[in-house]
Write a protein of this length. Structure first.
Length: 444
């Protein structure tokens, strides 16, 4: 086990610098405010509508609620990746983009009789985009071209601890270190014949700060003989879980480097710089920080872990603190998200076939991004589905490999805005100490 922990640490150190990097470009909406805020859930949860506040599992930790770690009583390694196909369209044109990224890399370790520690690395925001806009005069002649490009994003390292009291109440605390660079560039390019100077504006933001969250989950156990009978035993097969989670919004300490250049292009493709303006500053006020939203979530889950689970989350976001270096806020004061989902297992323990012991998942989510343009709210919705493949161990059906498919839409073409129709495929792996190579041999 020690060798596995060392290997896990080495993988973290190698992957950490490039966690938020993606192939190709992301959503144009990532050019505004905090950027494209990434899902803080694992593959199992993505398949059931991103339920996270009330979700708990014997072999899977929810990074959306630190209290969920308390119910995990085995060492578990988590890894997930995702690929995304998007069609971006306005009222006149449409383009498609593909991207791929590492979704999360984590570990869960029971460290006390009733306490469990978890740690995870995952992207918090993503800011990769490439936007081109051509401006014409009233006669239809080309005037100039605007280019907007971005890269990077904020990464999150989250450590959480949960303790279970009386086998019913789990209370968890989480601390997160948020860091990473965000690069944004804007070009204004005039025709060579105009004699005007082109303009390049470059911003580089480096985030380094901490945030905290807390959560609780309370389980009500039901009897096994008939639905509705209370059970005094905490190992009952039926349960109702009530969850709550608070995420502290804060102003993240950020360093900004700004460069403005006026230049012309030569016939050979080079540049002649006219003048430059450069400055660097770090401030601990609203004009020198990036603000994250405060959120309060509630969850309710009904479960028979042998066969099924259904649940729902409601999350409220306060965006009054969400600013980007004191710029004009594009966020509403408040928004909300609704998540619905569940799973079904035909025969978890006695099923002889692969299909009987596999877990089938489905859900729906609707999320207000908080962004507003031209009086139009930018909302997102998705239908989700997925499957956890059965493994060889019949007494451990929820461990292994899970795929999740999310199909949905963000934004609208109303008011000449951009509509993003997306299909996202996620693949996650759980490696537990119940796998054969963790089990000591009975014979020499």
């Amino acid at each position: 086990m020690k060798k596995i922990i060392l290997l896990f640490s080495a993988v973290c150190l190698n992957i950490l610098p490039s966690l938020a990097q993606k192939l190709s470009f992301g959503s144009p909406y990532s050019a505004f405010g905090l950027g494209d805020i990434q899902s803080q859930t694992n593959g199992m949860q993505r398949a059931i509508g991103n339920i996270g506040v009330g979700f708990s599992d014997r072999l899977e930790t929810s990074w959306a609620n630190p209290a969920s770690s308390g119910w995990v009583r085995r060492t578990v390694f988590h890894m997930g990746m995702s690929g995304n196909w998007s069609q971006y369209a306005n009222s006149s044109t449409a383009i498609t983009q593909n991207q791929f990224n590492l979704a999360h890399l984590g570990i869960t370790l029971p460290v006390a009789k009733k306490g469990t520690f978890s740690a995870v690395i995952l992207p918090y925001t993503q800011n990769t985009y490439n936007i081109r806009n051509e401006i014409f005069d009233s006669s239809g002649n080309f005037s100039y071209r605007e280019l907007y490009a971005g890269d990077g994003g904020i990464n999150k390292v989250q450590a959480q601890y949960a303790h279970v009291f009386k086998n019913r109440l789990s209370i968890g605390l989480a601390g997160s270190y948020l860091f990473g660079p965000i690069f944004r560039e804007q070009f204004v390019i005039f025709p060579d014949t105009s004699g005007a100077f082109n303009l390049r504006l470059s911003d580089q933001y480096r985030v380094s700060d901490y945030s905290f969250s807390a959560g609780a989950q309370y389980r009500i156990f039901w009897g096994d003989t008939s639905w509705g009978k209370w059970s005094k035993e905490a190992n009952s097969l039926h349960s109702t879980t009530i969850g709550v989670k608070y995420d502290q919004g804060r102003s993240l300490q950020t360093t900004r480097e700004y460069l403005a250049v006026r230049y012309t292009t030569t016939t050979l493709g080079g540049t002649n710089v006219k003048d430059t303006l450069q400055f660097r500053y770090t401030q601990k006020d609203s004009s020198g920080t990036i603000g994250t939203p405060t959120s309060l979530g509630f969850g309710l889950v009904f479960e028979d872990f042998r066969h099924w689970m259904v649940g729902a989350d409601f999350v409220k976001y306060d965006w009054s603190n969400a600013s980007f270096f004191g710029g004009n806020s594009i966020y509403q004061s408040q928004s909300y998200g609704v998540h619905l989902g569940g799973y079904y297992i035909p025969n978890a323990f006695k099923g002889e076939s692969f299909w009987e012991r596999s877990t089938y998942r489905g859900g729906f989510r609707m999320f207000q991004t908080g962004m507003q343009f031209r009086g139009v709210n930018i909302n997102e919705w998705a239908v989700t589905m997925g499957m956890t493949f059965a493994n060889r161990q019949k007494n451990n059906p929820l461990s292994g490999v899970t795929w999740a498919l999310e199909m949905g839409q963000r934004g609208t073409i109303q008011s000449n805005l951009i509509r993003d129709r997306f299909v996202q495929l996620s693949l996650s792996f759980n490696l537990t100490d119940r796998f054969p190579w963790f089990v000591p041999s009975k014979y020499d």
